[in-house]
Design a protein around this ligand. Structure first.
Ligand code: SP5
Ligand code: ZN
Length: 342
């Protein structure tokens, strides 16, 4: 399995994020991808390739042009205002406030185009996220050309980013960009399986009313876990997408057997959808050693995940999402990918 590596990921390098009203050291850091790259190279998994630029079109097929323009220009605006350090939103257009007005104020637009204060907008966020999408599209090309699988090694992650907002460390929804590009390339039914600890609210929302892209996720119960406001079991899709969304929330503290039981159920339902392509939002923050998540998967389980995915016998695109036990994520990601190849 070849890897496409976003060599521009390090341009997005936050030092801090907000947590409980304080700035704490950032969790979503460049070293994450560095460790995964080292593990991929040491594993002999396959070639490591560079992304090919597919332009803005495939991003605009998923995100609103106004949102993309905002993120692209946000750092320059912030600098003009004399901003020091990374930019954070502080006000949001919640119920009874208007979200159809695009204010001139930068602070207002930061809120309009975001869902949380936990996602630092850095000098290189746009560049890193743009190349992340290109990395994803290049890996998709390998699969569309006949490769059994490919892995997009990138950060920042993508699955929390919605059509017109950033959040949860995410700016561009790589899984959605890939699914939409696969549809444009002629795949009729695309499935996204999200195994990150957190529910991929952005991915779900983008395809919620569509029957051509199936979304399934196993994640920490949003009653207690981020992103709280989406990812509940009763969200099964709308309109043409009814029955094409499946959430498997599990309580914080869930371990190997409880997780795999839900995972197996997700695979059966996904298989019944009969997709032509599988996209795996591969977060490894389910690991017991993860500093911000609360499942208890042990390291040998990651190989089992890859082995189980292989049984679907589908062309499969793996995309890097979360995983914050920095030194372990290389091992855990490569275990999934190698398990898939066994
Ligand atoms: C892609 C992804 O995994 N995004 C995760 C976003 C999680 N945002 C909430 C993080 C809360 C951090 N809590 C720090 C706890 C330190 N003890
Ligand atoms: Zn996560």
């Amino acid at each position: 399995m070849d890897t496409v590596y976003n060599q521009h990921h390090g341009l997005h390098a936050a030092t801090h994020e907000f947590f409980r009203g304080r700035l704490v050291p950032a969790f979503e850091v460049p070293a994450r991808a560095d460790y995964v790259l080292a593990a991929v190279q040491a594993s002999g998994l396959g070639a490591v390739r560079e992304p090919v630029d597919h332009g803005l079109g495939p991003l605009e097929a998923v995100h609103s042009p106004a949102y993309l323009r905002f993120v692209r220009g946000a750092w320059a605006e912030w600098q003009q205002l004399g901003g020091e350090g990374d930019a954070f939103p502080a006000v949001w257009p919640v119920r009874s406030l208007r979200s159809d007005v695009v204010p001139a104020s930068f602070a207002a637009r930061m809120g309009l185009y975001s869902m949380d204060s936990g996602t630092p907008l850095t000098a290189g966020a746009w560049e890193a996220a743009y190349w992340g999408a290109q990395t994803t599209l290049t890996a998709l090309d390998l699969v569309l050309a006949g490769a059994r699988s490919a892995y997009a090694l990138t950060r920042p992650p993508g699955h929390h980013a919605g059509a017109d907002f950033f959040g949860g460390y995410c700016f561009v929804n790589n899984a959605a960009v890939a699914a939409q590009a696969a549809r444009a390339a002629g795949k009729q039914r695309v499935a996204i399986l999200d195994v990150d600890y957190h529910h991929g609210n952005g991915t779900q929302a983008i395809f919620y009313a569509r029957g051509d892209v199936y979304y399934a996720s196993i994640h920490g119960d949003p009653q207690t876990e981020y992103p709280f406001f989406l990812g509940h079991a009763d969200e099964t899709g709308a309109g043409a997408g009814l029955g094409c969304n499946a959430n498997y929330p599990l309580p914080a503290g869930a371990g190997n057997e409880q997780w795999f039981e839900a995972f197996e159920r997700a695979l059966v339902a996904l298989n019944a959808y009969a997709p032509e392509l599988l996209i795996v939002s591969l977060g490894v923050d389910t690991y017991a050693g993860d500093p911000i998540s609360h499942f208890k998967l042990d390291q040998p389980e990651f190989r089992r995940i890859g082995q189980a995915l292989r049984t679907l016998q589908l062309p499969t695109l793996f995309l890097q999402e979360g995983g914050y036990a920095t030194e372990a994520i290389g091992h855990n990601v490569v275990a999934v990918l190698r398990g898939f190849e066994e």
